[in-house]
Design a protein around this ligand. Sequence first.
Ligand SMILES: NC(=O)c1ccc[n+]([C@@H]2O[C@H](COP(=O)([O-])OP(=O)(O)OC[C@H]3O[C@@H](n4cnc5c(N)ncnc54)[C@H](OP(=O)(O)O)[C@@H]3O)[C@@H](O)[C@H]2O)c1
Length: 331
Amino acid sequence: MKGIVLPQYNKNIIRALLSLRPEEKPLRKPLADEVVIKMHAAPCNPSDIAFMQGGYNIVKTLPSIMGFEGSGVVTDAGKEAKHLIDKPVSCFVQEDSDGTWAEYLITKKENVIVLNEKMNMDQAACFTVNPFTAYGMMDIARVNESKAIVLDAAGGQVPEMMRAMAKSEGVESINIVRKQETAALLKNEGVKHVLVETEDNFDDKLKTLCHQLQATTAFDAVGGILAGKIFNAMPLDSELIIYGGLSNKPVSELNTMNLIFNQKFIYGFSLPDWKEELENFAEISEYLQSKFIDGTLHTKIQGITSLDNVVKGLRNYIANMSAGKILIKPS
Ligand SMILES: NC(=O)c1ccc[n+]([C@@H]2O[C@H](COP(=O)([O-])OP(=O)(O)OC[C@H]3O[C@@H](n4cnc5c(N)ncnc54)[C@H](OP(=O)(O)O)[C@@H]3O)[C@@H](O)[C@H]2O)c1
């Protein structure tokens, strides 16, 4: 079976991309608690980019097949997982083993979500990470009873899902992007509050909006100075949750007096940690699938690439991430 192999980590993303190569590997038999999945599709996420650069919290023994999530159908299974044969599934795999950018994936039965038969399999390829992240983080805004939330990297798919969830709960969103064209795209889609991080008086505009709308919870995927600016702009009793580090820069320029006297908090969100604390994962999974089936939630997909053309496909994604995910399909 064929898969896309990363031979070694490389901080230079272009060199890392160019080092990817399709490779044939033998398909072994599954262990008792494992399933074999014939892959339908797998996305490239920012975590895959960080992983290739050796900058992610998951470090594998290389060479290894890329990919943390995807969708497919179970074609074989060990004796503890026979009931999963023929089921359509989404899968999430972060162990030190081969990943999802391949014709087949062998993984533990715990790493799969059995899908409602009405789930679209392209959407299912991007189901195990972003929708649960958006749901888990919206829970924080719910607990905080925030009337509005702040989202940066707002052309991305996590913010898009959070906007959809916020809208259905009557919560406003303040959306920050880095490019004018992404701002135009969002405004065209009817998004009300959009700021470009480089525009004149950005700090003042953000502060005014945060205070007007009472945005007391912010979700930052960028880090660097932008995270500090958001923190400083929010009203008393606010929380800044860091869930991504797209700028590759440390969070900076936090207003010290705000930390001391304005009861503001800053902390991180990690999907695996959040999941570990859950008792109703299956219920949430069913709820989220129903939202995909009725069209409330959706992952934007900008293109599809084969295993052999993966480098070209990924270069398109990196050049314009707000246009949506690239799906890698083995056939
Ligand atoms: N903590 C967790 O458990 C968890 C779970 C899921 C996702 N995440 C993180 O969430 C973030 C968003 O993921 P996603 O799937 O929504 O991404 P995505 O759909 O692939 O889109 C990425 C977005 O980030 C923007 N962006 C990229 N680099 C940027 C920078 N340096 N400054 C400002 N904006 C930048 C892109 O804008 P352009 O169009 O301008 O490139 C694009 O809108 C990632 O960091 C991911 O790792 C974390």
